[in-house]
Design a protein around this ligand. Structure first.
Ligand SMILES: Cc1cc2nc3c(=O)[nH]c(=O)nc-3n(C[C@H](O)[C@H](O)[C@H](O)COP(=O)(O)OP(=O)(O)OC[C@H]3O[C@@H](n4cnc5c(N)ncnc54)[C@H](O)[C@@H]3O)c2cc1C
Length: 283
């Protein structure tokens, strides 16, 4: 089984601050980490490798320092790692990112056909959740989003069954391979790196692909040139001035009684709410 896991290196959001005057993100000195959602995807891919054998290739488009994130993935047990890196990719939005990643996956598949592609649900910096679906569309893969569990993989029948968390319930989806899965957070627990894998990760070469190696056919579709999206402003949320209030109701003989007491307590404290409601009801 050949699985490709897309991982992005992101700034550790827990340490990001927004400049109080310019409202821009202050990235200086902020450590880079593997996008946390992508680790759930990697763990799921490694579990499938444990069960069926084969290889897990981790793929990242990013600056040269993103190699560190790929080494981390190797230390968890990924088989090999490819960093797609070229100045021409700089400033990519999700359209250009998914174009570049799809081209690289096509190229990876030339050596050994790819059965499954994993991405995280979303990143913690861009947050769009568009790259996975974009890659699936470009490669003609069956798209399985928000997957919470892989129920079954049948390699002979080339089928996969997954649970997908949707609003109001869980869907059971069954489709054919090759597919692309966007993996939900909290669905598994990342394994610890073994000493062997840590040593292997330190020695294993991370392949670096420029735009030609990655099979980019149209340079007008990558980087800034291929990115119609403009982020015009980034700002932190305005702190709330209102605070939650605690209302205590006196003795009540039934839930209905307690609800009535609560409504009365709220109306006494906020007559404007009662007046607004009465106005609304009279229309
Ligand atoms: C604050 C901020 C706001 C942004 N807003 C937008 C916006 O509104 N529209 C827009 O088009 N772009 C936006 N971008 C740019 C965006 O970060 C890039 O386009 C990015 O490469 C992909 O988008 P994403 O981070 O939202 O990924 P998502 O679509 O959220 O990522 C989903 C998954 O795709 C995979 N993936 C994503 N990027 C890579 C990568 N480089 N290498 C390997 N795998 C990857 C990962 O598995 C990831 O979990 C924004 C960036 C920032 C920092």
């Amino acid at each position: 089984m050949h699985i490709v896991v897309c991982v992005k290196q992101v700034p550790d959001s827990a340490q990001i601050r927004v400049h109080p005057v310019t409202n821009t993100i202050m990235r200086q000195g902020v450590p880079a980490i593997v996008n946390p959602y992508d680790l759930f995807a990697l763990e799921e891919a490694l579990r499938l490798k444990d069960e069926f054998g084969g290889r897990v290739t981790v793929l990242c488009m990013g600056p040269p320092q993103a190699e560190e994130s790929l080494r981390k993935c190797l230390s968890f047990g990924a088989t090999d790692a490819i960093l797609v890196t070229d100045r021409a990719f700089a400033g990519a939005d999700t359209l250009a990112t998914s174009y570049a990643l799809a081209a690289a996956i096509r190229r990876i598949g030339e050596q050994q056909a790819v059965d499954l592609v994993f991405t995280g649900k979303q990143t913690i910096d861009g947050d769009t959740a568009q790259v996975g679906p974009g890659v699936a569309k470009r490669l003609g893969l069956n798209l399985l989003t928000y997957v919470s569990r892989i129920v079954r993989v049948d390699l002979d029948a080339r089928r996969i069954q997954v649970e997908r968390r949707a609003e109001g319930g869980v869907q059971l989806l069954d489709t054919t391979l090759p597919s692309l899965i966007t993996m939900l957070e909290g669905t598994n627990e990342m394994r610890f790196a073994t000493m062997d894998d840590m040593l292997r990760a330190a020695r294993c070469p991370v392949k670096r692909w420029n735009k030609d190696d990655a099979g980019i056919e149209d340079v007008g579709r990558i980087g800034l040139k291929g990115s119609p999206t403009v982020v015009s402003k980034v700002f932190g949320p305005t702190p709330r001035t209102e605070r939650a209030e605690m209302a205590t109701v006196g003795d009540a003989t039934s839930p209905a009684d307690a609800a009535l007491n609560l409504v009365q307590a709220v109306f006494t404290r906020h007559p404007d709410i009662e007046a607004g409601l009465l106005r609304g009801l009279s229309h």
